[in-house]
Write a protein that binds this ligand. Structure first.
Ligand code: HPA
Ligand code: ZN
Length: 323
């Protein structure tokens, strides 16, 4: 990465903390917790990183999450990420987590929140990094499970930034979660959703109109509908785009044909993010570097970094400090 770009203040707005679990840490946590991973060793685990689509990744991602059991596990995972984030010039992080998956492993919501919030406090002291948590609804779990999660989260709503919607997309449209998102809004939570990663523009329209989202995660399939692209640009709805993720999960053929170019040129507020960096071959600096190699100029990349600050849920004072 060009040194000027590394030093630019950036926010990471699309980052699944469980997707930062490097194989080395997965095996270390498995040993500490007495858990058996279904892989012989680190090299064997890495051999499974050849994904064909979103679902093929999610199967591996959820299976590795079994090593995360204690508050300390979550703190250690997040601190390993923050250290890399700091090195890449990230000053603010809005971090996704998937409590429903942890609950199915016998881990409580409080354990997840306490472990991750402790890491945010340390990151603030150690690196001056700000941000917070976005609790994601796993959309291929029953809607009743999502509703129960929101009620469980309600007493701690003031400790997190918002809610999101992730996991297997096609067949699980945003409309399923209209009431859950309305309840989140009532609790004063920000709202974002994965939409248009693999599914068509209709999913993005639903996220905007039914879930009242403030940002769209991925959103790249908007490019298939000019009216939607115009709408996103006019309303300044930010997209959290994850270039290397899209290539690795074959949502796009390669970076040179990635819709990010068309979206930027159409005036959409695009941000660059790493999604699940341990699995997709790169952290945020690698994503910026890949865009540079695909023809983005330094000025354009600086604009994308500025967008990430503007599109964050940081307060105005913090945004001014970061610009
Ligand atoms: N898409 C949907 N769900 C996810 C992703 C993603 O890219 N990463 C982790 N959960
Ligand atoms: Zn994602």
């Amino acid at each position: 990465m060009h040194p000027d770009l590394r030093s630019l203040p950036k926010a990471e707005l699309h980052l699944h903390i469980e997707g930062t679990l490097e194989p080395e840490l997965a095996f270390a946590l498995a040993e500490r917790g007495g858990i058996r991973l279904p892989f012989a060793d680190i090299a064997d685990l890495r051999r499974h990183y050849d994904f064909t689509d979103l679902q093929s990744f999610l199967d591996l991602y959820y299976s590795c999450m079994a090593v995360l059991r204690t508050e300390q596990d979550f703190t250690d995972l997040a601190l390993a990420y923050f250290e890399r984030a700091d090195a890449d010039g990230i000053r603010h992080v809005e971090m996704f987590c998937d409590p429903q998956v942890h609950e199915s492993n016998g881990v409580t919501l409080d354990t997840v929140l306490d472990g991750l919030l402790a890491a945010f406090r340390i990151a603030s002291e150690r690196w001056g990094i700000t941000g917070g948590l976005i609790v994601c609804i796993v959309r291929d779990e029953p809607v009743a499970s999502a509703a129960a999660l929101i009620e469980e989260l309600a007493p701690r709503a003031g400790e997190v930034l918002g809610i999101g919607l992730d996991s297997a997309e096609v067949g699980y449209p945003p409309s399923l979660f209209t009431e859950v998102f309305a309840r989140a809004r009532e609790l004063g939570l920000h709202r974002v959703a994965h939409a248009g990663e693999e599914a068509p523009p209709a999913y993005i329209w639903e996220a905007l109109r039914l879930l009242d989202v403030e940002r769209v995660d991925h959103g790249i399939r908007a490019v298939d509908e000019p009216e939607l692209v115009r709408h996103l640009a006019e309303r300044r709805v930010p997209l959290t785009v994850c270039p290397l993720s899209n290539v690795r999960l074959r949502a796009v053929a390669d970076l040179s044909s990635h819709p990010i170019r068309a979206l930027v040129d159409a005036g959409v507020v695009v941000t660059v993010n790493s999604d699940d960096p341990a699995y997709f071959g790169g952290y945020i600096a690698d994503n910026y570097a890949a865009l540079a190699a695909a023809g983005f100029t330094l000025d354009e990349l600086a604009d994308l970094a500025a967008n990430s600050i503007d599109a964050s849920f940081a307060d105005e004072a913090r945004k001014t400090e970061l610009r």
